[in-house]
Ligand binder design. Sequence first.
Ligand SMILES: [Zn+2]
Length: 373
Amino acid sequence: MNFFDIFSKNRKQQSKPSEAPEHWIKCQECQSLMYFKEIENQFKVCPKCGFHMRIGARERVDLISDEGSFLEFDETLSPTDPLKFVDKKSYKKRISEAQKSTGRNSSLISGECTVNGKPINLVCFDFSFMGGSLGSVEGERIVRAVNRCIEKKQPLVIVSASGGARMQESTYSLLQMSKTSAAIKRLSEHKIPYISVLTDPTMGGVSASFAWLGDIIIAEPGALVGFAGERVIKQTIGTDLPEGFQKSEFLLEHGLIDMIVKRGQLKKTIFDLLTYFESEKEEEIEALEEVTQELEEDIVDDVTEEEEVVQNEVEENKEEIKEEVRDIKEEIEEIKEEIKEEIKKEVREEVKEEIEEEKKKNKKKGFELKLKK
Ligand SMILES: [Zn+2]
């Protein structure tokens, strides 16, 4: 069901005579008095001036997700009070009051859903739970949502509506800024898109961490977005500040956010962005495949060239070796001849010597014979 259907369906149900005057709502901006159902059907956007009133986390989930598709995770995670913190009331009491009034354990809802059929992980802050503050449970639920995104390769959408870090948790809540920022970094390493939606108000530790780390940062019209409040900044720097310097319109003009989207257009915009990211991914894959193919071809060419070079070298070496073998053979033949000559000479000399000796002996014998006679 889209929201115009809800609008027309609910319009038929309105105007019961028994309903009391508290069903009338005054627009903070244009002061018009309107019937509450008329406003609710427009997701609390004033039909007269377009002012975006604050809405709860559940309404936000209904606005973005396909009907019946939202599945909440980690809803049983509940805050503890490690510092035993007490200001005007104890932190424990504040938690239990918030739990009673909202029916939830933390200032956000996180889970999986589809947006016009596209699966995402959705986190929505609820300002009515302790000012939408960021505590240990909220930080943990965001990290778990990121883990599911990585595991299932689903984009993440976080809708912030928060006063900042939860002061009752002191350092524990400040740590959630780095914890969630580190988780968002892991998303980018896995090339998973993260869309951050800033609504009225997004301040303090929330704006100073994950809310401003979106691949795309969307803000609602007229939302108060900043770190410290106007009064604190004015006291610190001691000068007047430009009018509306913490409103979405000012931030867009100065390049701090990517777009301002009216509530009625939010779901469609998120869907369009998801489609865009998908096509980007496909293009990237195609480009990668092309580069891989080119590289493969280059490698094949290189290998073929190398092979040719090696083969030529082998051929050249063969010839060289053959020549060397020929030379060695010739040398051997020469040496053989030399040795033969040597041996011949030696034998000749020996024989000569022997003959000489025989001659000498014979001469002696002859002489002896002569003497006997
Ligand atoms: Zn208005």
